[in-house]
Design a protein around this ligand. Structure first.
Ligand SMILES: C[S@@+](CC[C@H](N)C(=O)[O-])C[C@H]1O[C@@H](n2cnc3c(N)ncnc32)[C@H](O)[C@@H]1O
Length: 224
């Protein structure tokens, strides 16, 4: 999806269908549950800095903003995506009052003035080759002061068939139908995550399965 040159209107429709798929498959709850654990015991009014890698049209950061405000925190959120159209769409869909910074560029080149408490991503890791995922794990381990969370897909035949059936029934854009099923095939199994964590030299990460077919990896840094 990030490599094809769709006209802007069609690209927007594709990302809207992707977001509908995210809502129907409960994409946000695992990430919000992680942030709830990360901020446990934080006082009212504390600043929460979160960076979202590969934000697409930005729905996850908007959800996080609403949750953080309801939780009494002061969210300071940054999205990093290398597709300039994502920035344009995220800006258009986000109330300016949220103050979310939509950064355009490759994540590995992002150098914030102040490090985020948490680095998160969703449906992003499976776009990378194995060696790049290992690099990502090391990078976010060094970048996040308090923890990181990768929300991605469990590679499973039922998820693949189920997504194809749902996408057909919902009449989603052909690109979402095709790339969504491909994304499931590019997803991960638990053993693969363990091997990549080992290769990255990252210890203390937790692997959890969440409905529907999300296999998430996260780490809360000790003492954070
Ligand atoms: C499938 S989209 C995921 C969108 C959103 N996070 C979601 O859950 O729907 C993956 C995004 O990652 C971005 N991306 C891929 N490689 C990247 C990189 N190296 N640095 C920054 N963004 C990248 C793409 O532009 C694309 O918007």
């Amino acid at each position: 999806m990030d490599v094809r040159d769709y006209p802007l209107g069609e690209f927007e429709a594709i990302l809207a269908d992707l977001e509908a798929a995210n809502r129907l498959t409960f994409a946000a709850p695992p990430t919000l549950a992680f942030l709830r654990r990360l901020t446990k015991g934080w006082p009212e009014g504390a600043e929460l800095r979160v960076a979202d890698l590969g934000y697409g049209e930005g729905a996850m950061l908007r959800r996080i903003h609403r949750w953080a405000v309801a939780r009494g925190l002061r969210p300071k959120l940054t999205g990093i995506d290398m597709n300039p159209r994502c920035r344009a769409l995220a800006e258009a869909h986000t109330p300016a009052a949220m103050g979310i910074e939509w950064h355009e560029g490759d994540l590995f080149g992002w150098e914030p003035a102040v490090r985020p408490h948490a680095v998160i991503s969703s449906l992003f890791a499976h776009h990378l080759e194995t060696a790049e995922v290992v690099r990502l794990l090391r990078w976010q381990e060094g970048m996040a002061t308090d923890g990181w969370f990768v929300n991605d897909l469990h590679r499973h035949w039922f998820a693949w068939g189920g997504f194809r059936a749902m996408a057909w029934a919902m009449r989603w854009h052909p690109c979402v139908r095709h790339d969504g099923a491909l994304s499931v095939r590019r997803g991960f199994r638990a053993g693969e995550w363990r091997a990549m964590l080992e290769a990255a030299g990252v210890r203390g990460a937790e692997l959890r399965w969440h409905p529907l077919f999300r296999l998430c990896v996260g780490r809360l840094k000790a003492g954070a």
